[in-house]
Design a protein around this ligand. Structure first.
Ligand SMILES: [Zn+2]
Length: 295
């Protein structure tokens, strides 16, 4: 009798888990065969009409003006890692509404439907040209990649996973900053992720941070800027407060290109600006250089 009840409970729990995973099962990756050949879109920068199929093949870089369009997390992972090497970790987290903010659940629901992600951060194990690493990618299509409790927790888990496996961590930042609906819980993620990175550093493991458009607010002010090596994509907006707020505060006109990747490279804030077509090769080289033993 007890056994029957237990097995029924087990079956039900298994089904709930299966349903939940099916809900969050990412269909967020674009499949080339699903893109109609006659589908076009305007480049957000130069407004040129671009064939979406060709755009996909060019990793969403405009063929006319070289503008780097914002990438979905799974599409970015596909441009980086060895085929079929990515094993996703840390799925199934559920975003709550700790401060009972009105309308937050609806926003999350909408963001899930739009982005087909369970949250704004995806991570897992992968190899790049054969070298193992943990790859984590933020996705600005989910509530502008804002960092709430789940994003902070998943970023921390990805750091801990790199420590567990004793392999480097590569993290692509894309964020509007802290998630205001989660208030202090969101801000606490800055300290938590930074503390986890200190442990990673103590263990002597490599952390490469890649800043993509946009990387702002609490993400810039925490893990995004703590890389041993910090790269950025061309023309990516990187900053803490927005330019308008700064202009109003200091009452001065900001120079051209302020807070863009090339500008902050000149200021010494980052190590290199890397074109998307060279990103995989660059990361592979950096991983090889930091491998212990033979290079
Ligand atoms: Zn363009």
């Amino acid at each position: 009798m007890a056994h029957d009840i237990l097995s029924r409970v087990y079956r039900e729990r298994k089904q709930v888990l299966k349903d939940r995973l099916a809900q969050v099962k990412p269909k967020a990756k674009t499949a080339l065969k699903d893109i109609p050949s006659d589908l076009y879109m305007a480049c957000p920068n130069c407004k040129a009409s671009l064939n979406v199929k060709k755009l996909y093949q060019a990793a969403y870089v405009c063929s006319e003006c070289d503008h780097h369009l914002r990438l979905k997390a799974y599409d970015r992972i596909e441009t980086l890692v060895d085929a079929h090497s990515f094993i996703e970790k840390g799925r199934g987290y559920i975003t709550l509404n700790p401060l009972f903010q009105e309308g937050y659940e609806e926003k999350i629901h909408k963001a899930k439907a739009l982005s087909q992600l369970d949250e704004a951060y995806v991570y897992g194990y992968a190899t790049i040209e054969g070298d193992p690493c943990v790859v984590g990618v933020m996705d600005s299509h989910f509530m502008m990649g804002s960092m709430g409790s789940v994003v902070g927790e998943k970023v921390t888990k990805s750091i801990e996973y790199a420590m567990l496996k004793n392999i480097p961590l590569i993290l692509f930042a894309a964020s509007g900053g802290a998630r205001m609906q989660e208030g202090i819980y969101s801000l606490m993620q800055m300290a938590k992720t930074s503390a986890a990175l200190k442990k990673l550093d103590d263990k002597g493991l490599l952390f490469i941070s890649v800043l993509t458009d946009p990387t702002t607010g609490g993400v810039t002010a925490s893990f995004a800027m703590l890389g041993d090596i910090i790269l950025a994509e061309p023309n990516a907006l990187v900053g803490f407060a927005g330019p308008r707020v700064i202009e109003q505060t200091i009452k001065e006109t900001l120079p051209k290109g302020f807070q863009r990747a090339e500008f902050i490279l000149k200021q010494g804030l980052i190590d290199a600006v890397v074109h998307r077509k060279h990103m995989r090769d660059t990361l592979a080289r950096l991983l090889r250089l930091h491998m212990k033993g033979d290079v």
